[in-house]
Design a protein around this ligand. Structure first.
Ligand SMILES: Cc1cc2nc3c(=O)[nH]c(=O)nc-3n(C[C@H](O)[C@H](O)[C@H](O)COP(=O)(O)OP(=O)(O)OC[C@H]3O[C@@H](n4cnc5c(N)ncnc54)[C@H](O)[C@@H]3O)c2cc1C
Length: 453
C-alpha cells in the first residue's frame, strides 16, 4: 500500500521515528524548519561554526552524536527537507514554506514531533532589550557560541535553569545569580519520585554543584521579580523567601518558567485537547501508542507532553511502531518493552513537575500596567477592563475584544497568561475560560512567500 508518511520535526523524537520506519522499508518525508537536525537539545551549530560535541552537549555528547549519525545514515532513503517550516495543517494537507516558496503536501499519515518552547510569564521589565528566555540563552550558546550578556542573571522554574547556568559557566560566561521561583522544599519532597531515574538526579546535582563551586549565588522560592533599567537591562531585583529585597547589576536576564509543547499543528489537524491540572496547561489527548484522536495523526516527543530527550526518542519509536501496526504489521513485543520503559520515565517526570510547581505567585503579581501581549501591545489592565466590558469569561472572546494573541506569536507566548488573568478576574477555574484556538500561520511567514514550489 503506497502511502505518504510525513514527520514534522527532526529532533530526537522525529529522527528515531524516521529511523524505525526506514528500517521497516517505508518511504517517508521529514520536514524541519531548522537547517540541521538535532532539535533543541542536540541542536547543531551552523556549518562552519562547528565545535566538539563534548563542548556543546557535555555529558550528552554521545546521545547527540547518535541522533546526528542516525539521520545521516538514513538520509539516502528519506526525503529529508531541512529549512522547511510547516505553518498549517488542513484537511489532510500541510502548508509548507521553504526558501520563501510555498508548498502544499497531502499526507496519509502524520507524525507530529515538533518539540516544545519556553513558557513565559511577564514581570516588570520583561520586554526590555537584554531579557531572553532560558531557551534563547541556550540557543545563543549552542548555535553561535555566545552568551546573551557580559554579566547574566538566570531565572526560572524547571530543570533548564541549573542546566543553562552550568553550560554558561562551562563556557566561561559570568553569571551574577541563579534564581529559582519555586521552593527548595518542593525538590526534597519530590526526590523519591525523581529517584526512578537515579542517573538523571545525579546529572541535576552535578549542575548544582558546578554553580556552587563557581561561587554563584543560587536562591529558591524567589518572588516579585523586576528588571531595573530604562532602555535596556541594568539589573534585576527580587524578594527572597524570607521577604528580603535584593538587587544585582547585570546586562542580561534569561528567564522562563517551564516548557510548553508546540501543539499548534495538532490543534489545526483537529486533535482533541484536555486540561492538565499538574502543569496547568492544555495538552493534546494522547491515546494508545502515541495516537491522537484523529486517525492517521500520531505524536512523538515533547509536542504533546514534556518528557525530555530520552522520552522523545522512545515515543518517536513508539509512534513509528503504531504507524506500522495501523498498516497491518504489528510489533507487540517491542511496543510492550517501550511502554514499560516509558512508565519509569513517567514516574521521574511526575517528580520533576512536583519539584518545580507552577509559580502562581508570578501570575498573582501581574499588575494592570504590565504588558502581556507584546505583539499587539495589550496590557493586563486592558484584559481585565475588557472582560468587565464584554462580560464574557472566554479567552477567544477576549481576543476579539483586545487583539490579545493576534500578533506574530499567534498566542503561543501570551495565550496561557491571558487565560490565567481572565480566570482570576472572573473567578472561574482556569479550564473553564478555555484556550486560544490555533490559527495559521502558526509561525510568521514573510509577505514575499507568494510563489508556489
Ligand atoms: C529552547 C529549549 C532548550 C532545551 N534544551 C534542553 C537541554 O539542553 N537538555 C534537555 O534535556 N532538554 C532540553 N530541552 C527539552 C527538549 O525540548 C527535549 O528534551 C527534546 O529536545 C525533545 O525532543 P523532540 O524531538 O520532542 O523536540 P525537539 O528536540 O524540540 O525537536 C523538534 C523539531 O521540530 C522542528 N519544528 C518545530 N515546529 C516546526 C514546524 N512548525 N515546522 C517545521 N519544523 C518544526 C524544530 O525545528 C525542531 O528541530 C529544551 C527545550 C527547549 C524548548
Amino acid at each position: 500500500m503506497k502511502e505518504t508518511i510525513v514527520i514534522v520535526g527532526a529532533g530526537p523524537a522525529g529522527v528515531r521515528a524516521a529511523e524505525t520506519l526506514v528500517e521497516a522499508g517505508l518511504a517517508l518525508i521529514v520536514l524541519d524548519e531548522s537547517a540541521r537536525a538535532g532539535g533543541q537539545i542536540y541542536r547543531q551549530p551552523p556549518h562552519g561554526a562547528e565545535r566538539p560535541a563534548e563542548k556543546l552537549y557535555g555529558s550528552e555528547a554521545g546521545k547527540a552524536r547518535a541522533i546526528h549519525t542516525a539521520l545521516e545514515q538514513i538520509r539516502p532513503r528519506v526525503d529529508y527537507r531541512p529549512g522547511t517550516l510547516v505553518w498549517n495543517c488542513f484537511q489532510g494537507k500541510l502548508n509548507t514554506l521553504h526558501d520563501n516558496a510555498q508548498g502544499i503536501l497531502p499526507f496519509d499519515r502524520l507524525i507530529i514531533a515538533t518539540g516544545a518552547f519556553d513558557r513565559v510569564i511577564p514581570f516588570p521589565g520583561w520586554t526590555l532589550p537584554g531579557v531572553f528566555t532560558l531557551g534563547g540563552a541556550q540557543i545563543a550558546l549552542k548555535s553561535q557560541g555566545i552568551a546573551i550578556g557580559k554579566r547574566t542573571v538566570l531565572v526560572g522554574a524547571g530543570p533548564l535553569l541549573p542546566l543553562v547556568a552550568s553550560q554558561y559557566l562551562e563556557a566561561g560566561a559570568e553569571i551574577a545569580a541563579v534564581l529559582d521561583v519555586t521552593p527548595f522544599k518542593a525538590k526534597i519532597a519530590a526526590l523519591q519520585r525523581m529517584m526512578a531515574m537515579p542517573a538523571m538526579v545525579r546529572r541535576g546535582l552535578s549542575y548544582l554543584s558546578k554553580i556552587r563551586r563557581a561561587g554563584v549565588p543560587m536562591m529558591y522560592g524567589v518572588r516579585s521579580l523586576a528588571v531595573a533599567g530604562d532602555r535596556r537591562v541594568e539589573g534585576l531585583a527580587w524578594t527572597d523567601h524570607r521577604g528580603r529585597r535584593h538587587q544585582v547589576a547585570c546586562d542580561a536576564v534569561g528567564a522562563s518558567f517551564g516548557l510548553k509543547p508546540e501543539m499548534q499543528l495538532a490543534d489545526l489537524a483537529g486533535c482533541d485537547f484536555r486540561f492538565d491540572e499538574l502543569t496547568r496547561q492544555w495538552l493534546p489527548v494522547v491515546g494508545a501508542g502515541g495516537r491522537s484522536s484523529v486517525p492517521g495523526v500520531y505524536f512523538a516527543g515533547d509536542c504533546s507532553a514534556i518528557g525530555g530527550a530520552d522520552v522523545a526518542e522512545l515515543t518517536g519509536i513508539r509512534a513509528a511502531l503504531s504507524v506500522l501496526e495501523d498498516r497491518g504489521t504489528p510489533k507487540p513485543q517491542q511496543l510492550r518493552q517501550l511502554e514499560t520503559e516509558l512508565a519509569r520515565h513517567a514516574r521521574f517526570r511526575a517528580g520533576i513537575e512536583a519539584a518545580y510547581p507552577f509559580p502562581n505567585h508570578l501570575i498573582d503579581g501581574i499588575d494592570d500596567s504590565l504588558m502581556v501581549c507584546r505583539c499587539e501591545g495589550v496590557s493586563a489592565g486592558d484584559l481585565r477592563a475588557n472582560f468587565v466590558k464584554s462580560g464574557a469569561p472566554e479567552v477567544n472572546r477576549l481576543k476579539s475584544f483586545t487583539r490579545v494573541g493576534m500578533g506574530r506569536c499567534q498566542g503561543r507566548v501570551c495565550g496561557a497568561v491571558a487565560a490565567e488573568i481572565l480566570a482570576a478576574k472572573s473567578g472561574l477555574p482556569l479550564p473553564e475560560v478555555g484556550r486560544l484556538r490555533g490559527q495559521h500561520p502558526i509561525k510568521p511567514i514573510p509577505l514575499v512567500a507568494g510563489k508556489q514550489s
